[in-house]
Ligand binder design. Structure first.
Ligand code: AMP
Ligand code: ZN
Ligand code: FE
Ligand code: FE
Length: 279
């Protein structure tokens, strides 16, 4: 059993990179990838812990990108975490995100809700602050009754304090991952399918033309029929099969590492195919 899509405190997960590696080893996983949103900062700590434990850790990242179907997420596996060109691009995205966070704090203040940057950083437990941390803090401070209400009223697209974030065009995200030695993979493809409707396969073809190399066939929210559907697409477009739970720890308490909502069992074999492609 493996898990090739997880988040740590470096983005919006609740486990530190080191603790997540320990959890994976203890849970009997054979390998895991850390794929934090728009940052590779967790990988070095995780690689160190993996080395100590004799655990196979795949360095990764998850990039939000713009496609003709709207926002998609592209996971990059086997990236070089210290690649300077990738770091320069990720830094630019982070600077923009910090600016966005400042503006969201200001909008909330206009609505009589006062969050401080320090509180947000504390909530994030790492240096990447995102909307989930705003939601958690709004809940803690009693401004909303549920985490979801924070999104519905303030944080979702069109919400009272919502601001869009900067995203890379999909071809640039794919090129950045490839240039850093990684395999670009379409994450949770059902989200693109929902947006693109009948145009899904044409949109996927555009990504393949941009050098997309893999697709998440196994994913927490995929039914058995979904797995069959995406495995067929992978075969027809010669894409590598990937899979993961999108584990976030306490942020998504119903999703378990490696197991998703209970029955997932992602085969190690798909990782072997990736390694063959890279060698
Ligand atoms: P950000 O990168 O700051 O824009 O935050 C994106 C994250 O917010 C996503 O990964 C989701 O976890 C969460 N999110 C986005 N939209 C919603 C929503 N409508 N309801 C709940 N969570 C959401
Ligand atoms: Zn996340
Ligand atoms: Fe995602
Ligand atoms: Fe994710």
């Amino acid at each position: 059993m493996i898990d090739l899509h997880t988040h740590t405190t470096a983005s919006d997960g609740s486990f530190s990179p080191r603790d997540l590696v320990h959890l994976a080893k203890a849970g009997g996983l054979q390998a895991m990838a850390i794929t934090d949103h728009d940052t590779v900062a967790g990988n070095l700590e995780a690689l160190e812990a993996a080395m100590e434990l004799g655990f196979e850790l795949v360095p990764g990242v998850e990039i939000s990108a713009d496609s003709t179907a709207g926002t998609i997420h592209i996971v990059g596996l086997f990236i070089r975490p210290d690649d300077p060109d990738m770091e320069a691009v990720l830094t630019e995205l982070r600077v923009f995100r910090e600016e966005r966070n400042r503006k969201m704090v200001a909008r909330l203040a206009e609505l009589g809700i006062h969050l401080t940057p320090q509180e947000l950083v504390m909530e994030a437990g790492g240096d990447l602050v995102g909307r989930p941390h705003f939601a958690a803090l709004l809940l803690k401070k009693g401004h909303v009754k549920t985490y979801q209400e924070a999104f519905d009223v303030y944080l979702k697209s069109g919400g009272k304090a919502y601001l869009d974030k900067k995203r890379l065009p999909s071809d640039q995200a794919i090129a950045m991952i490839k240039d850093a030695g990684g395999i670009p993979i379409l994450a949770h493809p059902f989200t693109m399918r929902e947006k693109a409707k009948d145009g899904f396969e044409a949109r996927l073809r555009e990504l393949v033309d941009q050098n997309l190399q893999g697709i998440e066939v196994y994913y927490t929210d995929h039914s058995h029929a979904d797995v069959v559907f995406y495995a067929d697409l992978a075969r027809r477009y010669n894409l590598l099969i990937s899979g993961g739970t999108d584990f976030h720890g306490a942020v998504k308490p119903d999703v378990q590492l490696g197991r998703g909502r209970g029955a997932m069992n992602i085969p190690y074999e798909i990782l072997e195919h990736m390694k063959e492609t890279l060698s």
